[in-house]
Design a protein around this ligand. Structure first.
Ligand SMILES: Nc1ncnc2c1ncn2[C@@H]1O[C@H](COP(=O)(O)OP(=O)(O)OP(=O)(O)O)[C@@H](O)[C@H]1O
Ligand SMILES: [Mg+2]
Length: 445
């Protein structure tokens, strides 16, 4: 998407012109509703890109421009090399058939058709022969765990299973792009969680490009490789869950994320600090002892030349080694320490941290020491707001403060009603949309 606008109303082009000249969405409301304003982003192949924002922020409008249902008022929407504004109707049909399929919040199943025929429906519309479409639909049902249910009617299935049929229908079309608009929002929390897991699992096998819309921040953080946060038609921030949590672009985003379970999203690497002291195996006890004295640290992690973590040496033991006149710290360091992997969620760090007398060591996939987590840092990370230290001064100040929160802004705003999923979107699946019958949008229950 490149500088994309969508204005509904009497004079959309004029509205865009005025917004470009600095007018606000409110200023131009007599000209029309600016549903999407100057949206620009790329979605990479194989990525799960989540769009989130409150009701009315423009999420569905955005996704409908991606499957060509709406034409942008200004800007470009491209899929590969195709500019959706430039291609003709036949090309658009082919694009929807072969490249983009959609999963809806309200499963949109045909009640009198079997599960198999529902899953095969888009293929039927495409005129694919019966045997072939059955085979494709059956394999899609198998993928979503509904093998064996093909002859049932939708009414015989639970809500979660119906949504699986919706997903199977999108998968049967075998497009590389999946658009999912609040696809799991109508499901009970536990089933919803299950569907999220299943989607992630399928994704590792299928590698689709998925654009997933949700109100639910935890869902967004769980599923999204990257997340775009929308507010009043604008994309206000794009980033990974960690980036958004640790550096919210503005107060709006900060408020939005105030109620997220940070301990499940943030990982050790996002809160770790630079170790103040580190001793190399070959360095000898004198160097070790001096470094600990200079940094006033009672102990230091020991690494080898490749920086792989080997142990921990206490200042007393380094002194003992010096007195013993040895050249090596071999035999004077211990392997009794606590280390965690860089991708461990914060939630799993509390127990080891409580047991560790030193700041926990953080290692990368090769076992190299990449940072440490003092207990106070872990506690600070629980507070919403930007607590990630940006400079060495911050680190030192935080450690000296010892237990006092280093002025972390408390952005505990009221949660912004991030779940109104029980309210059906009246615009979802209404017959007022332009529809040439070749997309799954044509299927209604
Ligand atoms: N067909 C339309 N005609 C006029 N206005 C529209 C139309 N579709 C959407 N809008 C308006 O555009 C804005 C964005 O709507 P959109 O449906 O994209 O929001 P959303 O983020 O998907 O919201 P929700 O979470 O409720 O689904 C809203 O103000 C909405 O009223
Ligand atoms: Mg919507």
């Amino acid at each position: 998407m490149e500088n994309v606008y969508k204005v509904f109303g009497r004079r959309p082009k004029e509205a865009v012109k005025q917004i470009e000249a600095g007018k606000t969405r409110d200023d131009v409301k007599d000209l029309g509703t600016a549903a999407v304003i100057d949206a620009s982003f790329d979605v990479a192949e194989g990525e799960i890109f989540v769009v989130m924002g409150l009701s009315g922020s423009g999420k569905s409008t955005l996704i409908r421009m991606l499957n060509g249902l709406w034409k942008p008022t200004a800007g470009h929407v491209r899929i590969g090399d195709d500019d959706l504004a430039q291609i003709d109707a036949a090309e658009m049909r082919a694009l929807r058939r072969k490249r983009v399929s959609m999963v809806f919040q309200h499963f949109a199943l045909l009640p009198h058709r079997t599960v198999l025929d529902n899953a095969a429906y888009p293929l039927e519309i495409q005129g694919i022969p019966a045997a072939e479409r059955r085979e494709k639909a059956q394999s899609a049902l198998d993928m979503v765990g509904l093998g064996g249910w093909q002859d049932s009617l939708p009414s015989q299935l639970s809500g979660g299973m119906r949504q699986r049929v919706g997903l199977a229908r999108a998968l049967a079309a075998d497009t590389d792009i999946l658009l999912m608009d609040e696809a799991f929002s109508a499901l009970d929390p536990l089933i919803r969680r299950e569907m999220q897991e299943q989607l992630l699992e399928l994704q590792t096998k299928l590698g689709k490009t998925i654009i997933f819309i949700t109100h639910d921040l935890n869902e967004a953080m769980h599923l999204g490789d990257r997340i775009a946060v929308m507010r009043d038609g604008r994309v206000v921030q794009i980033g990974t869950a960690e980036e958004i949590l640790s550096h919210p672009a503005n107060d709006y985003v900060a408020q939005f994320i105030a109620d997220v379970d940070r301990t499940r999203v943030l990982t050790a690497s996002s809160v770790m600090r630079k170790p103040r002291v580190m001793v190399t195996l070959g360095g000898g006890p004198r160097v070790a002892s001096r470094e600990m004295t200079e940094t006033q640290m009672p102990a230091s992690y020991v690494v080898d030349r490749q920086r792989v973590l080997r142990g921990v040496i206490h200042a007393d033991d380094a002194v003992r080694a010096v007195k013993a006149g040895t050249d090596s710290i071999e035999g004077y360091y211990s392997t009794d320490y606590t280390s965690v992997s860089h991708d461990t969620p914060l939630a799993e760090l509390f127990a080891p941290s409580a047991e560790s007398s030193l700041p926990m060591a953080v290692t990368d996939d090769e076992g190299k020491l990449i940072g440490v987590i003092p207990r106070v840092t872990l506690l600070e990370a629980m507070v919403p707001g930007d607590t990630a230290a940006d400079s060495m001064e911050d680190v030192i100040a935080a450690e000296n403060a010892h237990g006092t929160s280093s002025g972390a802004p408390s952005a505990q705003g009221t949660p912004n009603g991030t779940d109104d999923s029980s309210i059906p979107d009246p615009r979802d699946g209404t017959a007022t949309e332009p529809n040439d019958g070749t997309t799954t949008e044509g299927v209604r229950s």
